[in-house]
Design a protein around this ligand. Structure first.
Ligand code: ADE
Length: 351
């Protein structure tokens, strides 16, 4: 995979941007010391806890990660427990965070740590399952003290504003990585998290950034020209694919039907039986001994796909062998069900 590491070219504007950034570094560090949020992964850090936090924080908000992180570490306090756990246990502990490939990757990464010990270089971190350039930079800076930048959407935003850089945000990652590497201070963890923190709490994406509270207020070129909101300039968005699904919550006595997803999105998780929508699906299922109890539509939006679902709650005459039949209490305790299906899980209540 292509990485964003070498610094092979240099333009005059980058020269002035480097000077600006050099002045911005100590201001950010001082601000971060006084303003950082008290987040659970900032206490008692190890390489393993940093790995867990950074994988959870990929694509997921800090608020959602906070509780899950603490419970996850209670269950799997070191790489040993995670490496030796079953995939179902790990997926269950991940329930609610979404993007479950991350949970499987985290388990594989824990197996690598358990077998070979902690890596010491950016390349060693990057070789772990689920770790891309950004996460490798974050873990290297935070847990290993290495001067390796981590440029995500937050960092892109604060730097495009600091420099008033009108390039489309996805084209300046390499340039910003190179610039950051050149000014990286010895306090690598605080610098890395300070950049993230500024983007998350002050130089926020939508609505007005809180420029009055920003340590870069006097340096920021976007603020200087009153154009904070113009940055970052966005690349054109790709359309989301829409898929229509019929979802069946089947009940027989006190048991409900679950099925394990064999492939594709959400593979390995448990779900209510479902099929791509077809005009005659409901009649088809009624023809198979189902009596309909309730019907409801719901929508779930993933990054690249949107599911428009029709949910059928039905009493089944027999327990079809292709499904796992289990109780509502067991579903609650043992089986990880993707959030997409939550819209129908209240049908399990009342047993
Ligand atoms: N987002 C990604 N990594 C983070 C961290 N370590 N602290 C806060 N937000 C983050």
């Amino acid at each position: 995979m292509k990485t964003e590491r070498s610094s092979d070219s240099f333009s005059p504007s980058e020269g002035s941007e480097r000077l600006l950034l050099q002045r911005a570094v100590p201001l950010l560090l001082a601000w971060f010391k006084g303003h950082k949020r008290d987040l659970p992964w900032r206490h008692g850090r190890t390489f393993y806890t940093t790995l867990v936090a950074e994988l959870m924080l990929q694509q997921t908000r800090v608020e959602a990660v906070k509780e899950k992180y603490v419970a996850f570490l209670e269950k799997f306090p070191t790489e040993r427990e995670l490496a030796l756990a079953s995939e179902d246990e790990v997926l269950k502990a991940w329930e609610g965070l979404g993007y479950y490939t991350r949970a499987r990757n985290l388990k594989r990464a824990a197996e690598t740590l358990f077998e070979r010990g902690t890596p010491r270089t950016w390349e060693g971190v990057k070789a772990l399952a689920g770790v891309g350039d950004y996460t490798a930079g974050a873990i290297s800076s935070i847990a290993l003290g290495l001067k390796e930048p981590a440029v995500d959407g937050n960092v892109l935003r604060i730097l495009t504003r600091l420099f008033a850089d009108g390039s489309a945000a996805d084209t300046v990652k390499k340039k910003f990585s190179d610039l950051l590497r050149e000014v990286y201070p010895d306090e690598t963890a605080d610098f890395c998290e300070g950049l993230m923190e500024l983007g998350a709490t002050v130089c926020v994406p939508n609505g007005a950034p809180l420029c009055g509270e920003c340590p870069w207020n006097a340096l920021c070129r976007a603020h200087g020209s009153g154009e904070e909101e113009r940055y970052p300039v966005r690349a054109e968005k790709r359309e989301r694919r829409v898929e229509h699904l019929d979802v069946f919550v089947l009940k027989n006595g006190g048991a409900y039907a679950l099925k394990k997803r064999e492939s594709g999105l959400l593979k390995g998780l448990w779900e209510f039986p479902n099929v791509p929508s077809a005009p005659r699906t409901a009649e088809f299922w009624e023809g198979h001994g189902l009596s309909l109890l309730a019907l409801r539509t719901a929508k779930h939006v993933f990054t690249h796909v949107e599911w428009r679902m029709t949910g059928y709650f039905a009493e089944a005459a027999t327990r079809g062998g292709e499904f796992l039949w289990t109780t509502a209490a067991e579903i609650e305790e043992k089986y990880a069900i993707p959030s997409a299906f939550r819209a129908f899980s209240d049908w399990l209540k009342g047993d």
